[in-house]
Design a protein around this ligand. Sequence first.
Ligand code: PMP
Length: 353
Amino acid sequence: MRAWENYIRKVVPYVPGEQPKIADVIKLNTNENPYPPSPKAVEASEHFDYDRLRLYPDPEASLLVEAIADRYALDKNQVFVGVGSDDVIAMAFMTFFNSELPILFPDVSYSFYSVWADLFRIPYKKVELDEEFNIVPESFNVPNGGIIFPNPNAPTSVYLGLDKVEEIIKNNQDSVVMVDEAYIDFGGKSAYELINKYDNLLVIQTYSKSRSMAGMRIGFAMGNAKLIKALNDVKFSYNSYTMNETSLVYGSEAMKDEEYFKECVDKIIATREQAKEKLTALGFTYPDSKANFIFAKHERVQASVIFEELKKRNIFVRYFKQPRIDNYLRITVGTDAQMDKLFEALEEIISNN
Ligand code: PMP
């Protein structure tokens, strides 16, 4: 073994959901949106001036930042953008989680949090969800170097009311509290309206779910100007040009299309509510979802068996072999037609097992 091998940063990477390379799959495993991006973004792509690719993009990403600030009635110095919310959260971990105290996040949550903590050598402690997978605000009332939780939580889909989110922020004003709102548009109330009240709150959202643009990689954070400046200082110390020209143009146009955004979100919510009824009829139970996925367990058939059987039929859902959740499947809400195929397959699998 060479000496340099001792100095390699050793990490156990996050494992993203499978992106199958075969045709004709029903892909309900990574919480993507089944509907296309806004026609305004598509139109912008048709008129895109390719000569602009010769030049570096605007390092301040002003076009996109301003479109987001307008949508949320914020000042542009209250918005930070990154390459998907994964990039925004990683940057925020680097910027804000530098205390000696452990940061806190739920024991069942987005599994990337512990990976970033390990990567950046941030100590962390997991706080327990209750039996029904609810976040317990009081569990965060311990000395900590920062807090992050998704709302709705992933992969559980459980939403925490804004009053309880505020309780966590209010009781931890010496720490930065990050609310990861990747799924908030599917029925929750965003904490962004609290950012002028609490200077320790950072709200993080993404274009990947409710805005049908996972492939474009756009995420953003909203917080008071001091937090956003700190994030930008770290970004400009690391990589000034995170946002490419196409993200700026398509992303700003998509953000202006409120009508289309609402239409897609409403369709997904309607399909989700129907799916809940069908799952119940088949003997599944699930926490009440306010996300674009359902976290379901069958009364008799093991999740691992259903997962494999669905895969044989080219239907991909997500299965996590982890404590507390290894008998659950996380099923992304697709189109009505995709869900019909899923239920056809589930009926067959359940009656054969
Ligand atoms: N937060 C949560 C809770 C997620 O489930 C995801 C999607 N894997 C992300 C953040 C990151 O999404 P993106 O980088 O596509 O914005």
